[in-house]
Ligand binder design. Structure first.
Ligand code: ATP
Length: 132
């Protein structure tokens, strides 16, 4: 049976590369799932979740946005950051959330609101994926 070959690329290089029978992800236009032999696709990813099978085991990942390209059963994800659920440092995500919330609350005029909101979205996503 054919599978999807998944390759995930971050600024540090290839994060992971493995075969999966399916790939579920959250694109900016909604939740999507692809199976082998899906038609070619390019889509932007939200800060959200991704599920697939790694070494035969269903795994959940926190994805910090990016791009997904699919063609000929190769799925390439380009993202700033991605963590599998068991790689997430819960305390770190909680601290990042509090920092960003405090920045928004103090609201000085140099505050980059969009940046703080994105930090909050990444932290909430990590907390949710970590399953605590
Ligand atoms: P922080 O303020 O804690 O760095 P951040 O959202 O600014 O959070 P990113 O810039 O998205 O962090 O990620 C930087 C690197 O740190 C990436 O490699 C990412 O995978 C990793 N990372 C960030 N937060 C966590 C976490 N809670 N647990 C594990 N890895 C994390």
């Amino acid at each position: 049976m054919s599978e999807i070959h998944l390759r995930v690329i971050t600024p540090e290089g290839i994060y992971k590369e493995f075969d999966t029978p399916y790939l579920n992800f959250q694109s900016t236009d909604g939740d999507r799932g692809i199976l082998p032999n899906h038609m070619p696709l390019v889509t932007s990813l939200k800060i959200g979740k991704m599920t697939c099978e790694e070494a035969g085991k269903r795994e959940l990942f926190a994805v910090s946005g990016g791009l997904l390209y699919f063609r000929d059963n190769l799925a390439e994800i380009l993202t700033d950051a991605i963590e599998r659920s068991d790689e997430i440092d819960y305390e770190r995500a909680k601290a990042a959330l509090e920092r960003a919330q405090n920045r928004l609350q103090t609201g000085n005029e140099n505050l980059d609101v969009k940046r703080a909101q994105l930090a909050i979205a990444r932290a909430l996503n990590r907390l949710s994926v970590s399953g605590h």
